[in-house]
Design a protein around this ligand. Sequence first.
Ligand code: NAP
Length: 494
Amino acid sequence: MDEERRSVRVAIIGAGFAGLGMAIRLKQEGEHDFVVLERADSVGGTWRDNSYPGCAVDVQSHLYSFSFAPNPDWSHLFSPQQEIWDYQQRLVREHGLESHLRLGHEVLGGEWDADAARWRLQTSAGPVEAAFLVSGMGPLSNPIPPDIPGLESFAGTCFHSARWEHEHPIAGRRVAVIGTGSSAAQFVPAIAPEVERLVLFQRTPGWIIPRFNRRITRLERLLYRRFPAVQRAVRKKQMVQREGMGLVLKSPVRAKLIEAVCRARLKQQVPDPVLREKLTPTYRAGCKRIIVADDWYPALGRPNVDVVTDAITEVVPEGVRTADGTVHAVDTLILGTGFEIMPVADPLRGRDGVPLAERWAGGREAYLGTAVAGYPNYFMLVGPNTGTGHTSVLLYAEAQIEYVLQCLAHVARTGARSIEVREERQRAYSAGLREQLDGTVWLEGGCRSWYLDAGGGSSVLWPGTTFAFTKLLAQLDPADYVLDEAPAREPVAA
Ligand code: NAP
């Protein structure tokens, strides 16, 4: 990076969906003094990293793309990973973001310099400083291996679903898969027909709802291209339908409606009563993230697939040992075991020099999921309590991006140097969230999931509707924030 670009008005962390969206909107608002710091050597975030067979979005593509950058050419209702990644790369080209990208710049740490009113960042490619810092780091970007004894001893090939080893051909292999979340639900059906044998280790069965994917016809695509309002209307309809499902799912009582649909499908797709029993969840639907799949149950019913529900005790060089003493011998071990949740901004030190991770030791909280008291000029996209199990996370990111733009405009308009949310507003907001989360299926549905914090409660999920979130962020209330004016200058002698 050339010297002058080491100091910018806005630094964005991460070139995934959130970071790219922020960059596009900054440009559209006439702000060009920004960089996007990305640790990898290409853009895309989770849609670059997750390239496992069968990877596709499980929210309709019209919703899982930006309203300000619609794509009339999605091939399917739920498009595959490569198409989503292509869309992201096209956004970079079409919005002229190349010169703003700083690839290979992992943010290792950062401090708020109150005197200069700037963030001083250490990156893997040298220091960068910025007046404003926007994190688009993504809540599910770092894969975690399971805490299983002996994992390192495995003699075959072992990889995480988000780090798929494509150079390791899967055809004809004896494969063990650990995990039955949304990722496994996509790659297991994709590889099951190719492998010699697949042993699926299931700790908790998921509730599965149908996806009903289909190709988007040429006529539809033509219509979207010629009449963008039609695509907007379809998007809106999908959004409203998903909100309806979200409302049903949120309540443990109403969730039983979804369960009835899921059970009927399980019965239809899994004739074997023993397997069906294994695959029947014992907690309320929606408690964990619901899985959207048409081909999961048929894949598990294949003669070359075994679903093992005995607990894993250890991994040994030749395979996986379960509590009954059986060693399931395999040559490939695939970990569909999920991600570290919200590793957001751990290295950042705020106004008091306290790392955010330490500030959050008792629980993560951010005002509107976006601003944190003690961390001036710092904004998070897809921060605490912006998660959703029923619709597109991009709807939330977009609302936040617009909100951040309002904050930047407010600072510029008032001539202030920095903006920081009032601690009491953040506290009151978080207390309100906790109240709304009480009694929801996520807390009361009888499961453990990555939605929940170690001490109970959830700093992941938004408890209301998407409309409520968008409305809340639509208008910045200046009273929520403290502005720091620039120190008065000595009069210049004539
Ligand atoms: P996940 O939902 O966290 O699932 C991890 C799985 O691994 C669970 O079945 C878990 O069992 C199991 N597991 C973890 N540690 C284990 C251990 N030590 N022994 C046995 N089993 C273990 O991870 P994911 O499937 O990668 O999905 C993560 C999130 O990514 C999803 O919830 C979703 O938000 C997102 N995603 C989205 C899409 C999309 O299309 N938009 C696709 C894929 C993923 P337990 O359930 O018992 O904990």
